[in-house]
Design a binder for this molecule. Structure first.
Ligand code: F6R
Ligand code: MG
Ligand code: MG
Length: 371
């Protein structure tokens, strides 16, 4: 029997602006998933937030793209959105872009990453969830984890990894994908992934046996809605150890900050700040963009748990080891904000297409004369 890890998320309303999911919505998430667990639809769950995004982590045996699992997530988001409306929370129902569920949550607004695995003797998993940023923000760490020998020592030292990895890269503009093999095609891989605005690393497999080792959500909300409705705030699942990058190698790219798209009004470059769950909120200039990392062990179709069924969860960025990245993020945030709305602090014109900026510029159209 195979085990599936599904992380499905949506912004259905938040407290005091776009900054955090308040407790009553998290509680609805837990109640709904607990009921599904009692009915044996899912085996384990963990509900948490990445800033204003409600994150439903579910482990089950129904496979990827399962209608019942997707309907469960959709139903949970709807219930939470109703509560958000009742409380007049901000942006209630924001990411629920379609009215009726039609079998698959993909393309309806929520973000999703799913991985079906054959459980190994022991299977450590890291789930990443980010707020105020876009799908391409995983390109840099995914590249470093699975392709960069200066980051993942195992690529050099462990014969289990040294045959390399295969990357599926999604072209979000033309809705097409390509698979590239590292190390042989590493330069081409960087050529694509370096353009994080257009290309996203969507899946990774170990080359020697096609073992699934990473998957990210790659939705572009603006491409579904046709206008700015919040950034994509992506999630990712990464599998570690024993012939894969160690969990420590999965986390080491986050020792330093790096710059991603998103932040205020989804319109700025900003430093990604890895944080523990207690700092998973976006404040200054609606940010800076933040990422949490949840570690757990998959066990017999579920998550290894306490005796009462509560999953054993490691809050991996809740650690002074990432203080330096946080400090760097603060410095870079201050530096970029000092530039105001001058590029490159603000995104390029093309990326601003779906924001409210074109409405502002519209009124100048008739005043332009040939130069
Ligand atoms: C970014 C985000 C926020 C909002 C900003 C303005 O993804 O959600 O930065 O864009 O707070 O929000 P509105 O237009 O709702 O006042
Ligand atoms: Mg929001
Ligand atoms: Mg968000």
């Amino acid at each position: 029997m195979k085990t599936t890890i599904s992380i499905i998320k949506a912004d259905v309303g938040s407290l005091a602006g776009h900054h955090i999911v308040p407790e009553p919505l998290l509680e609805i998430g837990r109640e709904n998933l607990r009921a599904a667990q009692e009915k044996a639809l899912i085996n384990s769950f963990y509900v948490f937030n990445a800033g204003d995004d409600l994150e439903l982590l579910m482990v089950h045996q129904k496979g990827e793209r399962n209608e019942e699992i997707h309907a469960l997530a959709w139903d949970t988001f709807q219930k939470a959105a109703n509560k958000a409306k009742e409380l007049k929370l901000y942006g209630a129902g924001q990411d629920l872009l379609k009215t009726a569920f039609s079998g698959n949550i993909r393309g309806m607004g929520p973000g999703i990453a799913e991985m079906e695995i054959e459980e190994r003797r022991s299977d450590p998993i890291v789930v990443f969830a980010a707020d105020k940023t876009s799908a391409g923000s995983f390109n840099y760490p995914i590249f470093r984890i699975f392709a960069d020998p200066s980051s993942t020592a195992g690529l050099v030292i462990d014969p289990g990894l040294s045959t390399g990895f295969k990357f599926e890269v999604l072209d979000t503009k033309q809705n097409r994908k390509v698979v590239l093999k590292s190390p042989e095609e590493m330069y081409e891989l960087i050529a694509l992934l370096g353009n994080s605005n257009r290309y996203s690393a969507s899946r990774v497999w170990r080359a020697r046996d096609d073992l699934s080792c990473a998957v990210t959500s790659t939705t572009k909300l603006s491409l579904i809605a046709g206008k700015y409705v919040g950034k994509d705030d992506p999630v990712a699942i990464v599998r570690g150890q024993h012939g894969l990058p160690a969990v420590g190698e999965v986390l080491v790219p986050f020792l330093h900050t790096y710059i991603v798209e998103g932040w205020m009004r989804g319109s700025h470059w900003g430093p990604l700040m890895p944080v523990g769950l207690s700092d998973s909120k976006c404040t200054a200039f609606d940010g800076p963009p933040r990422m949490v990392a949840i570690g757990f062990q998959v066990s017999n179709g579920g998550i290894a748990s306490h005796r009462d069924g509560t999953p054993l969860i490691a809050d991996l960025f809740d650690d002074p080891a990432f203080d330096m990245a946080r400090r760097e993020a603060q410095d870079i945030a201050a530096m970029l904000r000092r530039m105001g709305e001058f590029q490159p602090a603000r995104l390029s014109e093309e990326s601003m297409e779906y924001t409210t900026l074109p409405q502002v510029l519209e009124k100048l159209q008739n005043r332009f004369k040939p130069a």
